[in-house]
Design a protein around this ligand. Structure first.
Ligand code: ADP
Ligand code: IPE
Length: 290
């Protein structure tokens, strides 16, 4: 895709697990949203923020089967159920968008909410249309676009759910930022689900070969109501971002309320052991670069 010359410095994902209590319907974590506002208020270059849905969207999407759409439904009533689920999912996730942009603008950040539904379309869940011209224009005018995982129209299914992680992957192909930072409710990517009693180990560095092969073994889990694949999709997106950019973009994963989050987003530094960096095999850990 064409280089758009925006000089985008970083894309930051505010994970749904981080900015909401993912287990309790429509429960924001205001302290985490404030921490995110604090981080973004310190950045100087051009940034895009993308947030997940957490408990604002996953429940409604799961209950009404929004991921699979309505095209294959046999009765008008079934079609209507999915369509109303689509509407409820959007109502919920845009509430969270409003909460986040309200906090950001209140902190003096020129943040504008941009919902994918208006200009992104998928076909069997793959992005086939994504208007990024408006994002580029906003960046060039000095705004901070805030996008989010969304319910979108899908050519094959009628509708589906588009994850923030997939949106970020697509944005990287257009804007080529040097880094993407995923801010989550845990310190980074572990060798196994961190809630397991056996003692999961934080993986400081994940080296990826150009063909997508990883040099570590990672076991993952996701919550029953998560409709977008949880940490496994994040890891897959991270691997795709580094391989498709030939290593020009590196991915950092760290806790939203850690001092590391500020360093990763503002300075592009991830001190070893404080989060996870995913990068193409051969590249150096940013901490080792003088
Ligand atoms: P987000 O909503 O922040 O985008 P997810 O909910 O998709 O992120 O993933 C974060 C969750 O994944 C964490 O709450 C963590 O408990 C769980 N998880 C499961 N396996 C792992 C793993 N191997 N490493 C890190 N987190 C994991
Ligand atoms: C999910 O987006 C979008 C909806 C369910 C509407 P994400 O996949 O980015 O959300 P999180 O981060 O897992 O909550």
């Amino acid at each position: 895709m064409a280089e758009t010359g925006t000089g985008l410095e970083c894309i930051v994902k505010l994970g749904g697990s981080a900015v909401t209590d993912k287990n309790t319907l429509e429960t924001p974590r205001l302290d985490a949203i404030r921490a995110a506002a604090d981080i973004i208020s310190q950045v100087r270059g051009r940034y895009i923020v993308v947030h997940g849905a957490g408990s604002f969207g996953h429940f409604q999407a799961r209950e009404h089967g929004v991921v699979w759409g309505y095209r294959d439904k046999e009765t008008a009533a079934e079609v209507q159920t999915v369509k109303l689920g689509f509407c409820r999912t959007r109502q919920s996730v845009t509430k969270l968008l409003h909460l986040i942009t309200e906090e950001f603008v209140g902190r003096g950040i020129p943040a504008v909410g941009v919902s994918p539904l208006s200009s992104w379309v998928t076909d069997d869940a793959s992005v086939v249309k994504a208007d990024t011209d408006n994002i580029r224009d906003m960046l060039l005018e000095g705004f901070v676009p805030v996008m989010h995982g969304d319910a979108v129209l899908d050519r094959r299914r009628g509708c589906t759910i588009l994850s923030g992680d997939t949106i970020i992957k697509h944005l990287c192909g257009v804007f080529h930022p040097p880094r993407v930072v995923f801010l989550t409710d845990v310190a980074g990517i572990y060798d196994r689900p961190p809630e397991q009693p056996a003692g999961a180990q934080l993986i400081p560095e994940i080296q990826v070969d150009q063909d997508g092969k990883l040099h570590v073994s990672i076991a993952t889990s996701s919550q029953a109501h998560d409709v977008t694949g949880g940490i496994a999709l994040k890891l897959k997106s991270a691997v795709d971002i580094v391989t498709e950019s030939n290593g020009r973009t590196c991915v950092m994963v760290c806790g939203i309320q850690s001092g590391t989050a500020v360093r990763a987003c503002v300075e592009g530094q991830l001190p070893k052991g404080t989060g996870t960096i995913v990068q193409l095999n051969m590249c150096k850990h940013p901490d080792e670069v003088t």
